[in-house]
Design a protein around this ligand. Structure first.
Ligand code: HEC
Length: 161
């Protein structure tokens, strides 16, 4: 019954669109969400849940990094972030989307949004001279010890779903 109703509606929409030169896209994303999907989502998952043991999950976790200045800088200094082809303003918006939407509930309550100038400063110092996994481990240990981050932050992705 429901299926038949949906098909009927689909047909009406299809007939309607047939007479339209440029159809409006059915779903619109905000610019940061769309920039995330194009530039980051392929690795990190469209909703921030990674399915690779080499790529960290961002959903519900990434905000913990904002507890420390070093962690805050880390998010903007990661090579895949710093070398993005987005400008500082667009990249700051993606980081804010990542931290406050995908990472909802994980950032400290008083966390400030990233400003373009701040992102511009950090991305000029990309983390290309460190072993990222070791650098990350040390940051994560501090977040767990001092800021009550969950032990799940130690994991990357690719867990059972
Ligand atoms: C080619 C795959 C790839 C792309 C594209 C990518 N990342 Fe990553 N990202 C990784 C990997 C792998 C890591 C783990 C550290 C490393 O080796 O860089 C990582 C680490 C991170 C982390 C650290 C999370 C943590 O818990 O340590 C953040 C935040 C992040 N990426 C955000 C982004 C954003 C934002 C974008 C888009 C602008 C992006 N990434 C694009 C693969 C990617």
């Amino acid at each position: 019954m429901i299926r038949r109703a949906t098909c009927g509606l689909g047909l009406v929409v299809a007939l309607h669109l047939a007479g339209t030169a440029a159809a409006e896209p059915a779903i619109r994303f905000t610019a940061p969400r769309s920039d995330y999907l194009l530039g980051c989502g392929g690795c990190h998952g469209y909703d921030g849940v990674s399915n690779s043991s080499r790529v960290p999950t961002l959903k519900g976790l990434v905000g913990y990094y904002l507890n420390s200045g070093e962690g805050r800088a880390y998010l903007a200094r990661l090579p895949n972030v710093a070398f993005s082809n987005l400008n500082d303003e667009e990249l700051a918006a993606v980081l804010n989307y990542m931290v406050f939407d995908l990472g909802a509930g994980s950032a400290p309550p008083d966390a400030k949004r990233y400003e373009p100038a701040e992102v511009g400063m950090w991305r000029k110092r990309p983390l290309t001279e460190v072993r990222l996994s070791a650098f990350r481990r040390q940051l994560v240990d501090t977040l767990i010890d001092r800021y009550h981050a969950p032990a799940a932050l130690r994991d990357y992705g690719g867990g059972p779903y």
